[in-house]
Design a protein around this ligand. Sequence first.
Ligand SMILES: Nc1ncnc2c1ncn2[C@@H]1O[C@H](COP(=O)(O)OP(=O)(O)OP(=O)(O)O)[C@@H](O)[C@H]1O
Ligand SMILES: [Mg+2]
Length: 460
Amino acid sequence: MDNNIVPVEKAFNLDDMVPSQIVSELNKYVIGQDKAKRTIAVAIRNRTRRKRLPDNIRDEVYPKNIIMIGPTGVGKTEIARRIARLSNAPFIKVEATKFTEVGYVGRDVESMIKDLMGSAVSMVRRELAAKNEEKVKAVVEERLIDLLIPSMNKNGSADAQFDEAGRQARELVREKLRKGEFENTEVEVSMSFRPKSVEIGMVGSMDDFQNAMNNIGNIFQSAQNRGKKHKITIKRAREIFMEEEMDRNIDQDKVVDLAKERTEQMGIVFIDEIDKIAGKNGATSGPDVSREGVQRDILPIVEGTKVSTKWGVIDTAHILFIAAGAFHVSKPSDLIPELQGRFPLRVELDDLSADDFFRILSEPENAITLQYRELLKTEGVDVVFTDPALRRISEIAYEVNSRQENIGARRLYTIMEILLEELSFSADQLSGQTITITPDYVNERLTDVVKNQDLTRYIL
Ligand SMILES: Nc1ncnc2c1ncn2[C@@H]1O[C@H](COP(=O)(O)OP(=O)(O)OP(=O)(O)O)[C@@H](O)[C@H]1O
Ligand SMILES: [Mg+2]
């Protein structure tokens, strides 16, 4: 009980974030789309609120699932990606279309939940491991020193003088080890470690079966290896010992308990490209699984069902589902009514303006301009983008989008690539120089391409 609830509460930073904080975190990477950000922030916060309710009410409060609707390249997937990074909540992203593909026929949609739980398990394991890190490091260090001075630890000598000499030698070795002087020293290690917790659980799906087979493989492998001496470097020995000691210090049952709690209460499944499974069966041809069939498969999971995983049964009732799609051809109303009902919140994302493009180029912490800058810096070239140049690029992107297909912010990538093609190619010869990208530079390289419709179509 105390195992379960307390650490989970503490471990979540997302739990502590109010909607405005979530939005401002997203603002660092995604420009505009305020409505979508707000809606998602509220949905996430509502789960924290729900957790504070008394048991009897809490179980009645279901998450309000969301559909994000918007043209291509305006930030739907990017928002999901950022949520995943900022939250401690288990998160996975799936493409709805993968369940309709030929290769996946029979692959049950329950794999979403299995994967979600899988990500929670490794998340919790990492967290618990981090807590033990200092302790584990100290143990590993002793083991490495034992390897470096093999005779010493066996010598249970009662001779006080010898002990003192031994202790001094150990400290000397420790000091050198910490300085990294033994990293490439080879030592003999007997491979005694056990296979990682073998879980041949319910063989439910092909994936589970594969896992089970792999585990059996591991058992054989380590049975063969057991007791055998191997020569490895200290560096590698440290890695192996860290794994071993980490595992020894982690209570597997606790990992599973925490992960299950987190998956059920805070898990988020992002279903991308949901528009591609909307629409009637008529549109389906060939051996593809029917779209409506996929919707029907997804439905119980979204409504709340029990899914068996190798870690136990997961209740999906309170998992938050966020779906996204461009809905160019189909409409949300083309989804089967039951599924529509389980996604009560709809948010539309806006088309991006030239001004948005300018901000996308200049504001985000990972802005593409900064990426190019850093890349070229490795060759000793300093590229500086002036604001007017970025304005010009944005205008061009907007213009091409309105004339050709509108691919949103993705257009910026193709344009930047052409703009910097020459520079990227000859960067090695420009080492030590500062290249300033001005509006003239932009015009010179892009105007022809933009003017010539045929060229634009193929190049941009
Ligand atoms: N509003 C935005 N702010 C910052 N970057 C953006 C924005 N919109 C799109 N981008 C960038 O453009 C690229 C494409 O965006 P994203 O993958 O989110 O598109 P999408 O809306 O999911 O489109 P699709 O419907 O085609 O999947 C990403 O690299 C993303 O970083
Ligand atoms: Mg997308």
